[in-house]
Write a protein that binds this ligand. Structure first.
Ligand code: ZN
Ligand code: ZN
Length: 287
């Protein structure tokens, strides 16, 4: 068995298992390595590494950064990062501050609409993860301002809605640079969320990212069809990019996606980690 999972969330962002629990679960499932890739935070890495040492399971320090991409959702994964890198920690701090400010602005807008809500109530919700729109939505439902989470989004919080506040995001180039500054490898996560309907549009996006320093594409992903995988694989080959994969595990709650196998049978092997390490080694040595 040399199965790995390179896309795993913990309670440091929006997963339901703590880093320790995820590592133990990976060990129980017979995995060889996992990458902890929480959204815009490295808070779970240290604990994951410690438990990995205890369990004899390789934990790859990672992060998943949301970057600006108006046509769709672009997430960039950083792997083999030095999670103590000052450049990285500083950037993540800026993102955290922007997140808090956004929450306050949303609450201000809601209050402007005559809704009695304050941050302390939002913080008390049992929703896991960093405070954001789902927590605000939960509070709105609890206080009777919306019928359901979905209703809260539709009425107030959806993009363009009366209480919506634009999210601050890094540009792709900034994200790639900060991952590189931390000695890491950058991989485009779940490319299907870019919403590029035309193959040539997708190819152009990858070409631009490659110019900025992209290292790989996440091809093995539960939501990708065989056709998409083939296309992404061809593009990766064309641009000399690594092929990676992961389940985007958030705990045992989300749509039956399981650690190390996605919806089942989606097995990613350790060869990918070796390839990433070689690529990183070559870069660090320089030309
Ligand atoms: Zn993502
Ligand atoms: Zn993810």
């Amino acid at each position: 068995m040399n199965v790995i999972d390179l896309h795993v969330h913990t309670t440091a962002s929006d997963g339901t298992m703590s880093p320790t629990e995820v590592v133990r679960y990976a060990k129980k499932k017979g995995l060889l390595a996992i990458a902890i890739t929480d959204h815009d935070t490295i808070e779970g890495i240290e604990e994951g590494l410690e438990e990995g040492n205890k369990q004899g399971l390789e934990v790859i320090p990672g992060v998943e950064l949301s970057v600006d991409f108006p046509k769709g959702t672009m997430h960039l994964l950083g792997y083999l990062i030095d999670h103590t890198s000052i450049e990285l920690v500083d950037k993540l701090t800026i993102l955290q501050q922007a997140r808090s400010e956004r929450n306050l602005k949303m609450i201000e807008k809601l209050r402007g609409l005559g809704i009695e809500i304050d941050l302390s109530e939002v913080k008390e919700t049992p929703e896991h993860g960093q405070i954001g729109r789902p927590h605000v939505a939960y509070t709105l439902v609890k206080k009777g301002y919306a019928q359901s989470i979905q209703d809260a989004f539709e009425r107030y919080l959806r993009k363009g809605g009366p209480a919506y506040v634009e999210k601050f995001r890094l540009s792709a180039e900034e994200a790639i640079n900060v991952i590189r500054a931390a000695g890491g490898i950058t991989v485009l996560a779940h490319p299907f969320t870019l919403n590029q309907s035309q193959p040539h549009e997708f190819d152009a996006v990858i070409g631009a990212l490659k110019q900025q320093g992209l290292d790989g594409i996440e091809i093995h992903y539960p939501e990708h069809s065989e056709g998409q995988k083939k296309h992404y694989r061809d593009v990766a080959q064309q641009y000399g990019l690594l092929i990676t994969g992961g389940s985007d595990f958030h705990g045992l709650t989300k749509d039956d996606v399981d650690l190390g196998e996605g919806y089942g049978g989606e097995e990613v092997t350790y060869t990918i980690v070796k390839d990433m390490k070689i690529r990183r080694e070559i870069r660090l040595k320089g030309p």
